[in-house]
Design a protein around this ligand. Structure first.
Ligand code: ADP
Length: 262
């Protein structure tokens, strides 16, 4: 029944294929300038926690008879900065590994309903801290050929963002659907939204709408760049729709059957 999967070359399909192609070409056309900019961003991001650690350690070192409470507070700040540094390095390594080749995907048949339920269960405690309602709705059972670890990271990143950039007592709705060719996951939140002029930049490495807010919540600015890369490796697409102070919806579309492209 393979012929069932050959897409109809209708207007929408052709437009979608053109959009996918543009996305891939954007990536291929990365200029030396953007690479240089990336390296400069990396240096800056890596230096920020180190600078804080240095200041904290030096101020403890140059004071005499530091009270134990002050000492402990500074030490806790140092640990927080080290955690931040580790997260940046970890996210950077994830990105660099994915840039090399698609061969890094470990494709198996995965029950998407179970994957989503398990991932959301793990994130529930974070949602509860802000009294956010985390709902999952599935329109049908879906089994897809994907890299389970990487797809779990995509969902985690999107839902963690939906919680982070949300208001207290808000909600996050995740839904799963499929047709004969693709599965669709939608992550919708009642959060702060993304200004229109930023919506096409959020998938760039290190781009944040509000640096302070991202930093406070332990963000690296790499989460959505990782999401986009993983989805592109699966030959899928991701779109964002957002309104400030109302909420944001991310919709991804990924083929059910993975086909390796030579
Ligand atoms: P970060 O580590 O800063 O969260 P991401 O790459 O995950 O980095 O996201 C980039 C930026 O996009 C965030 O800093 C935030 O400004 C914006 N953003 C992402 N998801 C949402 C969302 N659900 N609602 C509002 N803004 C978001």
């Amino acid at each position: 029944h393979n012929d069932e999967r050959i897409p109809l070359k209708g207007y929408t399909e052709i437009r979608e294929i053109a959009e996918d192609f543009n996305g891939i070409m954007d990536k291929a056309n990365e200029t030396d300038q953007s690479r240089a900019e990336f390296v400069s961003n990396v240096s800056h991001e890596l230096k920020t926690p180190i600078t804080s650690i240095k200041v904290l350690a030096e101020s403890l070192n140059t004071q005499e008879n530091v009270p134990i409470e002050v000492y402990q507070e500074f030490m806790q700040d140092i640990v927080t900065e080290i955690d931040r540094e580790s997260k940046i390095i970890e996210d950077l390594l994830t990105l660099v590994r994915m840039d090399k080749t698609t061969a890094t995907l470990n494709i198996t048949s995965v029950n998407m309903n179970e994957l989503l339920e398990m991932t959301l269960k793990r994130l529930k405690p974070i949602a509860q801290k802000k009294n956010i309602e985390l709902l999952f709705e599935s329109f049908r059972p879906v089994v897809a050929q994907i890299d389970e670890v990487k797809m779990t990271q995509v969902i985690s990143n999107l839902v963690e963002n939906a919680i982070k950039y949300n208001v207290d007592d808000g909600w996050v709705h995740v839904s799963l659907n499929a047709d004969y060719q693709y599965f669709y996951i939608r992550v919708e939140d009642s959060g702060i939204g993304i200004p229109e002029e930023s919506q096409n930049k959020i998938f760039e490495r290190f781009y944040r709408v509000d640096k302070a807010r991202s930093r406070e919540t332990g963000g690296t600015g790499l989460g959505l760049a990782i999401v986009r890369n993983i989805i592109l490796l699966h030959h899928g697409t991701i779109k964002v729709h957002s309104e400030e102070n109302i909420g944001t919806t991310f919709t991804m579309r990924v083929p059910l059957n993975y086909v390796e492209v030579q």
